[in-house]
Design a protein around this ligand. Structure first.
Ligand SMILES: C[C@@H](O)[C@H](N)C(=O)O
Ligand SMILES: C[C@@H](O)[C@H](N)C(=O)O
Lengths: 166, 166
């Protein structure tokens, strides 16, 4: 399987919420996601990078049409999360992903994706990976260019997936 | 399928590298990952959260025994990434994941995982998700407790996966 990527996918209408300066202690992420679960919001990507000075940032994406209800739910618990915690959001983002069972064994799949996006002058806002999938968040206006760029980079007109690239 | 999670997995011996203050412009992530690809390092998790003030942080994990060769490769390109860029790392981390095809349709799977880790007083250092998998990075000393906690939370003694929880 010299073709590590078999498909690419796009989720056009996403919105992102970011909580900055969360206390980096056990239980904090539960408070955030309990507030959202009560609203029956469908969370897509969840990203947390390592924090510094005992604070961490968590971002997550939801369908664009669920942004308002999510902001209401999160703003309610914001005071209980800590006095330094800030919230930012954007409803102008899309997720672009590449999928492939062969990814875990091959070096450089991420490189090929990042090169495709770099050559197309597309800025990567968020990255999240699993063994069979790499997803990036980009500005919605650049999403179709991003999808076309990765499609070309992995010659996906010639390949099909037996993994559903959701 | 009222059982959204069918399995849990642990990667005990991981190391984490974080680049802080990267220029948040197209092409930056390519420079980082090109440097690593040359060394044939097996990158596992890649996490980038949204940046602020045109800077972003990227973390990635590698097998613990590949940390040294990775640090040498990244340190070589550090100057070309920008004068504010800092590098931190840890070789004391493990990845704990839950896997399940039903996750995408069910609300609150992340909550159940976060609750299990919170009740066990385990601090989450990094989070990355896909439609069928949630992975967290924890301190190695807490990794087995984390795995047991999620195993109990999702009653995994009664369930098996038809998705390989790598
Ligand atoms: C920031 C948040 O993830 C925290 N570390 C927790 O465990 O809940
Ligand atoms: C930070 C890095 O991801 C940058 N935004 C890029 O596109 O390469």
């Amino acid at each position: 399987d010299d073709q590590p990527v078999c498909g690419a996918a796009i989720t056009r209408d996403e919105a992102r919420i970011t909580l900055i300066g969360l206390p980096d202690v056990p239980g904090t992420s539960l408070v955030v996601f309990d507030a959202i679960a009560e609203q029956n919001v469908t969370v897509d990507m969840i990203v947390q990078n390592v924090g510094e000075n005992s604070e961490a940032d968590i971002s997550f994406t939801v369908p664009r049409n669920e942004l308002d209800v999510t902001l209401i739910a999160v703003n309610k618990v914001l005071p209980s999360l800590g006095e330094n915690v800030r919230l930012t959001h954007s409803d102008d983002v899309s997720k672009v992903s590449v999928v492939g069972l062969g990814m875990a064994r091959q070096h450089g799949v991420a490189n090929r994706m990042f090169k495709a996006l770099s050559d197309a002058m597309i800025n990567i806002q968020m990255i999240t990976t699993s063994e069979i999938k790499i997803s990036v968040l980009v500005e919605r206006a650049q999403a179709m260019d991003a999808l076309r760029a990765v499609h070309r980079a992995f010659s996906l007109e010639k390949v099909t997936c037996n993994v559903v690239p959701t």
